[in-house]
Ligand binder design. Structure first.
Ligand code: GTP
Ligand code: MG
Length: 370
């Protein structure tokens, strides 16, 4: 049922909450300002105070934000989105660095990845691949889960000297839950104590049977340090991508997902977004979660300004009025009024949910104290 807190109702009418409480009391409804009242009661109160009421259902505000699927005629091939997952320190970031010829690892605090990096590379065969790096540290389950959900393929990195560990297993579960195919990359095979055979047999316990053991899961032995078999890994990714036949319509307003977002001191709110269909352009009016804005600038993974971002491209967006949350869906809308309507509606919902939670907590406390 539709509900609203007394406080929120008062806010929307620009009335004092105590006046609303008093009015409710007169009608025999005893409510504190943080408590919820139903929509009919709220309407009565509002009309009593001389306001006109327009009831907006969720379906009205969110209507048409994410359009129906595109017709197959307008679809064109898009690059695969590949998420690198695995246990802490098994070499995920190093592997990506080796593929990209960069050194992100050296800039990380304690060599531990604490955020999601998103990059696009061009393979030796000429295709593009989008990579998403995730942290392996136990604390970052939510990031791994989101990573698995917004990806086409998971590359499971397992260190040959360490074997299958807790977050290896966790990553397998995320990939399974998301229905995403796994490519196994057995890393650190340059090490003297590397035991790739052991990794293969350990994976059997998680029902992953690699090709060399007669199964169907693609696998490759690599060394990020010695740059061994990196091209082979990219080939397997392209092979898997071809099997998946990944397509999107580039000629439509963009939709995507927020990979991460932060408030940058100099640049304001910055959101890294993966475009999933359509093409995002400078000047587009966007809404993601409870935030909206107009795209002021788009920045690619090399820090270069770009004018547009097609499907599967990760891009930083400058121009949000506030930082959205990782995992929020992004949509381009027709104008600022529409964006504001959606964002404000969601902000209200968030506030009401938070207030409802607070009420539950407070009443819990009262019970404890009585
Ligand atoms: P988190 O993001 O914190 O989960 O770690 P990660 O999986 O990204 O591991 P990272 O790339 O930070 O590497 C961890 C350590 O393993 C570093 O000291 C790397 O130099 C080392 N390492 C990574 N790949 C290899 C490899 O192929 N061979 C050897 N010998 N060492 C490697
Ligand atoms: Mg890392």
């Amino acid at each position: 049922p539709e509900t609203i807190t007394v406080q929120e109702l008062a806010n929307r009418m620009s009335e004092r909450a105590v006046d609303v409480v008093r009015l409710l009391m007169k009608q025999g409804v005893m409510k504190k300002i943080n408590e919820l009242i139903d929509a009919d009661t709220a309407q009565l109160v509002a009309e009593e105070l001389g306001h006109t009421v327009r009831r907006v259902a969720e379906s009205d505000v969110e209507e048409g934000l994410f359009d129906a699927p595109d017709a197959s005629e307008v679809l064109t091939t898009r690059p695969p989105v590949v998420t690198i997952m695995g246990h802490v320190d098994h070499g995920k970031t190093s592997l990506l660095d080796a593929i990209r010829h960069t050194t992100v690892v050296k800039g990380e605090a304690g060599g531990i990845t604490q955020h999601i990096g998103a990059y696009q590379v061009t393979t030796p065969l000429g295709g593009k691949v989008t990579f998403i790096d995730t942290p392996g540290h136990a604390a970052f389950t939510a990031m791994r889960q989101r990573g698995a959900r917004s990806t086409d393929i998971v590359v499971l990195v397992v260190a040959a000297d360490d074997g299958v560990m807790p977050q290896t297993a966790e990553a397998i579960n995320h990939a399974r839950a998301a229905g995403v195919p796994i490519i196994v990359a057995i890393n650190k095979i340059d090490k003297p104590d590397a035991k790739p055979e052991r990794v293969r047999s350990e994976l059997l316990q998680y029902e992953i049977q690699v090709e060399s053991l007669g199964g169907e899961t693609l696998e490759v032995e690599v060394s990020a340090k010695e740059r061994l078999n990196l091209d082979k890994l990219l080939e397997l990714i392209q092979l898997q991508a071809e099997l998946l036949d990944l397509k999107a319509n580039p000629d439509r307003p963009a939709e995507g997902v927020v990979i991460e977002a932060k408030l940058d001191r100099g640049r304001g709110p910055v959101a890294t977004v993966l475009v999933q269909r359509g093409t995002l352009r400078q000047g587009d009016v966007i809404v993601a979660g409870a935030e909206w804005g107009r795209v002021r600038a788009l920045v690619d993974d090399k820090g270069k300004a770009v004018s547009e971002a097609p499907p599967s491209m990760p891009v930083e967006i400058l121009g949000f009025n506030g930082a959205p949350e990782a995992g929020d869906r992004l949509a381009v809308v027709e104008n600022e009024a529409r964006a504001r309507e959606v964002a404000e509606y969601r902000q209200r919902q968030k506030r009401e949910q938070a207030a409802a939670r607070a009420t539950v907590r407070v009443s819990g406390l009262e019970e404890m104290m009585s």
